[in-house]
Design a protein around this ligand. Structure first.
Ligand code: NAP
Length: 518
């Protein structure tokens, strides 16, 4: 039976009329749900969120908003098994992939709940110290950050229907700003179920969370000067949304999280059969297999010193050839299908483009022979490894192939050449340097830092502790310059700043201090 998704707007479940978008099971191609957002009054929905949800959230302290996040995380966790199953049904997730998404959402909410507790009874942030502004020490200035009186519109990508909602909502709600979440239509079933659970549990004030389950319609046309727009998706859509007339003219605060050609740089000191090499191999492999390579943070470019190319190539091919791919519900399968038929076509075309400038070492971006039965309509892609001759091959730095596809790029083993080549990706979310050589690490990390939101260092002493660059942690910033969107999310309390207005208050010292709660 096809499920009809509803949106949760202005405190009610509503269904659009008119043309329906279909949601599929990527493993079989079967239709599992449909939705429409046509005819929904999105202007009224945003106003409802601003006036009801915003007002209610601003009445609460950080600690109380934290309690709200704890209640949300608990309500969702109670339905974990059902949510994991939806990750498989509408996302093609293996159980591990679904856990990564769903547990990632609830653990980020729980982490921000703890942050709320530590921020205590205040409702806004005090920014640095009081500053004396005149000869008379009684005239001072103090910066504060207060919740903006708008709504946070969150537009998410298809690959993380749970985490995408959870990580953005946790930060906005803790800041005191209501959320309107628009998941990608193709995988919205999981997000919609999360909303049903949260609404039924009655754990958030009315208007604090809303869901638009389908295409955006005229949503962005209703954004105003107090609103915040946080987008995750492709660079093209990001460029489109941030150039909207009202977004530009009204100064709607906008954050874009987009494409990234994340790199792994293997240092020249790393020999095979060492802890550092094993870590490199494990993390590269994880980023090919996890979520079928559909992670914005996944390693796409693997830089290998020419001197060790042959042996490293062999190890990477052997590892990738060992991945079982197919029906994510079959025990032992490590790589499920990609999320949509369009995605499958794009990956295949992308592999062909890369292969034209290099060579295929394993797979070809085609369907191959996935494990399981009844998969003829599924969106499968063989794990695919390519190699190019060197860092000057331009296409590997331009084209993001969003699937289980990676390219080996030999380099001369110097940190400077690796940095120059990685930077040709024009800005990324995260890259990793695998080395135990301090000088190489310092040169590479400081060279890569201006081009990234995060740089990881993989070495023997952290081999047992690294979660891998693909895991976005709430304590650390997520985002990156240039083609990665130029945005920044999470990063502990830093994430709250996007939803708050920094205001410098000037006046008589005791009064300013009283207002700031000092
Ligand atoms: P996409 O096609 O750009 O879609 C992203 C979101 O934008 C979807 O919710 C989509 O809604 C919405 N959208 C599309 N056109 C719109 C418009 N005109 N107005 C308002 N919203 C619009 O990207 P995707 O295919 O879902 O995601 C894949 C890309 O996202 C990859 O390039 C990946 O690197 C990137 N990504 C980045 C991050 C990060 O944190 N940096 C994380 C995950 C993914 P519909 O689904 O309804 O069209």
């Amino acid at each position: 039976m096809t499920i009809v998704l509803k949106s949760y707007l202005s405190g009610q479940w509503v269904a659009g009329t008119g043309r329906k978008s279909l949601l599929h099971n990527p493993t079989t191609g079967a239709v599992v749900a449909e939705t429409s957002t046509e005819g929904l009054d999105l202007g009224a929905a945003l106003e409802f969120a601003r006036s009801r949800g915003g007002a209610a959230l601003r009445e609460l302290s950080f600690a109380q908003r934290g309690e709200l996040l704890t209640a949300m995380a608990s309500a969702l966790h109670e339905h974990r098994a059902e949510l994991l199953a939806l990750g498989a049904l509408n996302g093609g997730n293996t159980r591990g992939d679904a856990k990564f998404d769903v547990d990632g959402a609830t653990s980020t909410m729980a982490w921000y709940a703890k942050l709320g507790e530590s921020l205590g009874d205040a409702g806004f942030l005090v920014d640095a110290d009081t500053i004396q502004l005149a000869r008379n020490p009684r005239y001072v200035g103090q910066h504060i950050r207060v919740p903006r009186h708008g709504v946070a519109v969150h537009i998410n990508a298809f690959n993380f229907p749970a985490w995408g909602f959870g990580e953005k909502a946790a930060v906005a709600l803790l800041a005191g700003v209501p959320v309107v979440c628009k998941p990608a239509t193709s995988t919205a079933l999981l997000t919609a179920r999360m909303f049903e659970i949260l609404v039924d549990a009655q754990v958030v004030p009315e208007g604090a969370i809303s869901l638009l389950a389908g295409s955006a319609g005229d949503l962005l046309d209703h954004l105003g000067p107090q609103d915040a727009l946080a987008f995750t998706g492709s660079s093209d859509t990001g460029a489109f949304i941030r150039s909207r007339d009202n977004v530009v003219r009204l100064g709607v605060r906008t954050n874009v999280e987009a494409d990234s050609l994340n790199a792994a740089v293997l240092g020249p000191d790393v020999e095979v059969d060492t802890d550092t090499f094993d870590l490199f191999l494990r993390e590269v492999g994880k980023d090919m297999s996890q979520k079928a390579g559909q992670k914005c943070t996944a390693i796409r470019r693997i830089f290998v010193p020419r001197g060790s190319l042959e042996v490293v190539r062999d190890a990477l091919v052997e590892q990738a050839a060992g991945f079982a791919y197919g029906d994510p519900n079959v025990s032992g399968v490590q790589i499920g299908p990609v999320a949509t038929a369009a995605q499958q076509r794009d990956v295949r075309a992308g592999v062909q483009t890369l292969a034209a400038s290099g060579r295929l070492l394993l797979g070809d971006g085609g369907v191959g022979s996935p494990q399981g039965t009844g998969l003829e309509g599924g969106y499968f892609v063989t794990p695919t490894l390519l190699e190019v001759d060197g860092p000057d091959v331009g296409v590997v730095h331009d084209l993001e192939v969003f699937g289980p596809v990676q390219t080996i790029i030999p380099y001369d083993g110097t940190a400077d050449q690796a940095v120059r080549a990685v930077a040709r990706g024009r800005g990324g979310l995260v890259s990793t340097v695998y080395t135990d050589d301090k000088r190489f690490a310092m040169r590479a990390v400081l060279g890569l830092a201006p081009h990234h939101g995060r740089v990881c260092i993989g070495g023997s002493k952290v081999a047992d502790h690294s979660p891998g660059p693909g895991t976005v942690m709430p304590q650390m910033v997520h985002g990156g310059p240039g083609r990665a969107g130029g945005g920044e999310e999470l990063g502990g309390v830093r994430g709250l700043h996007f939803y708050m207005q920094r205001c410098g208050v000037q006046g008589l010292k005791p009064l300013v201090e009283k207002i700031a709660g000092l």
